[in-house]
Design a protein. Structure first.
Length: 417
């Protein structure tokens, strides 16, 4: 069975490019995240080609997966970075991104973060309120840095069809600004000579399954942009969807790109996709610790939990789960749960799985985006190792080692009493 160009069974063994997943898990242990850099590059290339007609520049959204090997791979392949904190800017720079290829976004940037971004020379700052404009101007003035390019984030008051936690462009959301606020900032911006407002930004949500809301939001954005001749750049954010189920195919972005190409003529276009570049390049490997039958239910208890992958608990997200050794035998319906002390600690509800035994390993698929990036130390669990299979497909390495309890405890000053 083939899951995508990089993940498939070969002679009954799950492979990521040319490497056996079992071999990695044997050496590194579980739980472990594994990413195919080849797949990351292919996904990026496909997006670059799809949006070539509008000459869009892709800024990979680091929040989806900020592993340094991933950031380096996308930077080398020509993508800029969308960073949402000083930490993400620093990671991007360390991974080799050029400062001018970094877009700094975020609903509440601190003064320190703004100073750091301005000092680093990031290409763009996506602004979410009027006070932030003052902060950017002051930072550029005191650091004696010329103009900083800013894009004002527009909230188009459009409800995207996605999980409610991922819908960001409706009127009640904390994100962006109304057309009226943007108008006021633009009318007043000659007061802030260090900030060059040359762009508008918009991101109406993530995992956007249909393009209706995007099209509506885009027409509102264009209407606004046309009122202001200084606006030459439109940043359309991220949100491109991926298929999480085997029987699903994600809408083709080529079609969407073709639909919007005509509308955007004359503007420089930036995009900030995260998920579409990394989600299906990654998996989380877990090991069965116990099998328990209780109250008519079957629980497969594994060593991975909501601390390593919170998406099922937080968004009721579906991730396919497959054994590392292909099985054609009997199946049963089970819940895949982790060791964390929460009833929400579920990786899959009522899932048809092959019969499993203690020690069997499973791959939780399509977890390259918002997996490790959202992992925590809840229950004093140690964040897992991250392994990358190099773009050649034939070699792998640990990109981030598994945490140890000392990594966590050294942040606390322990008294002897
Ligand atoms: N740009 C902005 C301003 C964003 O807020 C986001 C995502 C992106 C770009 C990238 O969106 P993408 O292309 O990855 O959909 N934790 C959730 C997703 C939250 C997305 C937050 N913002 C999840 O696990 O599905």
């Amino acid at each position: 069975m083939v899951f995508n160009a990089s993940i498939h069974y070969r002679d009954g063994a799950l492979m990521i490019d040319d490497i056996s997943v079992e071999l990695i898990a044997d050496e590194v242990g579980s739980p472990v995240y594994i990413y195919s850099l080849k797949r990351v590059r292919e996904n990026l290339r496909r997006l670059q080609r799809a949006f070539a007609s509008i000459d869009a520049h892709i800024h990979y959204s680091a929040k989806a997966n900020s592993n340094s090997a991933v950031l380096r791979a996308v930077s080398k392949a020509g993508a800029g970075i969308d960073a949402v904190s000083g930490g993400e800017i620093q990671r991007a720079l360390m991974a080799g991104a050029r400062a001018e290829d970094i877009v700094f976004a975020g609903v509440a940037k601190t003064r320190d973060e703004i100073d750091y971004a301005v000092k680093s020379g990031v290409g763009w700052i996506n602004v979410e309120n009027a006070l932030e404009m003052e902060h950017i101007n002051a930072a550029a003035e005191s650091l004696r840095i010329g103009e900083v390019k800013a894009a004002l984030r527009f909230n188009p008051q459009v409800e995207a069809k996605t999980h409610r936690y991922m819908s960001t462009g409706h009127g009640a959301a904390k994100f962006g600004m109304t057309a009226a606020s943007i108008g006021r900032i633009l009318a007043d911006c000659c007061r802030l000579p260090q900030v060059n407002v040359a762009g508008l930004h918009m991101h109406i949500g993530s995992q956007l399954g249909d393009t209706t809301a995007t099209a509506e939001a885009l027409s509102k954005l264009l209407a606004l942009a046309k009122r202001y001749p200084q606006i030459d750049t439109l940043n359309l954010g991220g949100g491109l969807p991926v298929a999480y189920r085997f029987d699903e195919t994600a809408p083709a972005m080529e079609e969407f790109a073709a639909e919007i190409a005509g509308l955007l003529r004359g503007y420089r276009v930036l995009l900030e996709p995260g998920r579409a570049i990394v989600a299906d390049a990654g998996m989380l490997v877990v090991t069965v610790l116990y099998v328990k039958r209780q109250a008519g239910k079957l629980f497969i208890i594994v060593d991975g939990s909501m601390a390593e992958l919170i998406r099922p608990a937080l968004y009721q997200a579906h991730h396919e789960i497959v054994p590392l050794i292909e099985s054609c035998g009997d199946t049963y319906t089970a819940q895949v749960v982790g060791p964390v002390c929460e009833s929400a600690d579920v990786l899959a509800w009522e899932r048809e799985l092959p019969r499993l035994e203690v020690g069997d390993r499973l791959a939780v698929m399509t977890t390259g985006a918002y997996g490790m990036a959202m992992a925590s130390n809840y229950n004093s669990r140690l964040r897992p190792a991250e392994v990358v299979v190099e773009a050649s497909g034939g070699s792998w390495r640990v990109s981030r080692r598994r945490e140890t309890i000392d990594d966590i405890l050294r942040l606390e000053r322990l008294t002897s009493e």
